[in-house]
Design a protein around this ligand. Sequence first.
Ligand code: GDP
Length: 338
Amino acid sequence: MRPSPRQLVDGLVAGDRAALARAITLAESALPRHQELAEEVLELCLPHVLPHASPHGGGAVRLGITGVPGVGKSTFVDALGVHLVRERAETVAVLAVDPSSPVRGGSILGDKTRMPRLASEPRAFIRPSPSGGSLGGVARATRQAILLCEAAGYRNILVETVGVGQSEVAVADMTDCFLLLMLPGAGDELQGVKRGIMELVDLVIINKADGGNADRAARARRDYENALHLFPPAPHGWTPVVGVCSAQENRGVREAWDIVLRHRAHMQAGGWLGRRRAAQARRWLFELIEGHLREAFLRSAAVRERMPGLEGLVEAGALSPLRAARELLDAWETARKG
Ligand code: GDP
């Protein structure tokens, strides 16, 4: 029999990984009935989520990680996760936002096989990206998954993304700290970094600083530091820090985490972490409202009836989009009243 929301929550809070996985699956489902259940599960979980500024030293650390394919994200997350569980006695959940994943065949990011060492750690939980969804759907599910993992007792949440489309913006908007992994040999690459990403970043780590790459990595670090200083200072006063590491050789990983904690202390001291989370919660609220309104609008018979004709007129240039939108919205409103 299918467990009730209460049973799922009791299970996941008690450390039952299957219950946690099932709760996340519900959050990922597009079926309205599943979404209702997921909502109930989340409500029941909230008392178990440590607030970010709790007297017990704060809630979970939410770290977003991005970088081009091949930069070493999974190697880095594997090394960082193992460092956290083994050397800092921490618990770690790894989530992923990869809206590009194919519907079948699963997603690439957050795949256990990409993090072989961490996957065998009992204090770690790895969940691949929900596959085949729109960015909005994937982000909505991942936001819920973060809270579910925190209710299950995971104190560090690593959210990985490939950086397709707006996925970096979405991940930066659900985490406390946003880390960009880069390759040595900046210069040209700096140009390749999508505009706007640098403004989201709290921490840049240049990976693969090993073999013959050490000098290039050091040069890249200086280049990035100089480039980042050109940005106007953020209101919270944190200037993004640039570090180097070799995820493969396990060097610089501890130092990278130290920077994450330094960033956290800085943000907490000024009340900025609370403000960041509050702003994220507010944006999440409005995204949900917009999503529900859009669905209800597109489902409405009155809208569906008029939509093709009006769309055709707009495409042909015979009707302005403004007028067409007004007619559809009026039709929707009239139908709802009637
Ligand atoms: P992702 O696509 O960003 O997740 O990158 P992966 O973690 O899969 O790494 C891509 C390739 O780079 C793999 O062959 C890794 O073994 C290699 N790699 C990852 N980290 C390092 C590193 O620190 N140094 C070197 N030399 N290679 C690395």
